[in-house]
Design a protein around this ligand. Structure first.
Ligand code: CA
Length: 223
């Protein structure tokens, strides 16, 4: 899952970004409203975390502008305590949910999980054939046996499972699993696909992760 954090307070932004990366999210940070609009137009985020107090623009205007531009990504706004009007106006401007500052990280993660599910339209546990992925416990099992995955491998598998049985191309994978620092000239996607394949398919007769030459990757049951 890829998240855009829009927050001008650097300490808060880096704290939040770090905690989300620990949950296997790819995170980009925008420090101004303008940066946020450019970022949201150039990448397909799964969630936008939007602070309403920004140096150059009112967060409500950022929210309105994104919706006018056709950005449908779920928006979680960060508001100040007591600002009930602001929250109401935020929801009217197209935000999906809000969190009052200061907030506990556990609550932030829970809200993001809930909004992420809404965006990706799937539940806490994803299933494909004998493979299960639990988004809350962050565990993966195949045939009832736990498969140990790194954060990145987990995020990659989650994306493939959400989209299964569709084929996803390399650029979609980069867009949802990596952040804007990704060097598109690198072969990291191929490296991670191979590692993931090793983890989920090795020792199983039925292979689940398939490479569709010249197109991309998909989960499927054909051998
Ligand atoms: Ca702020």
């Amino acid at each position: 899952m890829r998240v855009l954090v829009v927050e001008d307070e650097r300490k808060v932004a880096s704290f939040v970004a770090r905690s989300l990366r620990e949950k296997a999210c790819a995170v980009d940070v925008a420090a101004t409203g303008r940066q946020a609009i450019v970022a949201a137009q150039s990448a397909d985020y799964d969630i936008i975390l939007l602070d309403l107090r920004l140096p150059d623009m009112d967060g409500l205007d950022v929210c309105r502008r994104l919706r006018e531009d056709g950005v449908e990504t779920p928006i979680l706004m960060l508001t100040a305590r007591g600002m009930v009007d602001e929250r109401v106006r935020g929801l009217d401007a197209g935000a999906d949910d809000y969190l009052v500052k200061p907030f506990a990280l556990a609550e932030l993660h829970a809200r993001i999980r809930a909004l992420g599910r809404r965006g990706l339209q799937r539940g806490v546990v994803l299933r494909f054939a004998d493979l299960t992925l639990d988004r809350r416990r962050r565990t993966v099992e195949r045939g009832g046996r736990e498969v140990p995955l790194t954060q990145k491998e987990f995020a990659l598998l989650e994306f493939l499972m959400v989209r299964a049985p569709e084929t996803v191309d390399r650029s979609e994978i980069i867009e949802h699993v990596w952040d804007s620092t990704f060097d598109s000239g690198s072969n990291l996607v191929e490296v991670y696909i191979n590692r993931l394949r090793q983890q989920i398919d090795h020792g199983h007769n039925v292979k689940l992760l398939h490479t569709i030459r010249g197109v991309g990757y998909r989960l499927g049951l054909e051998s």
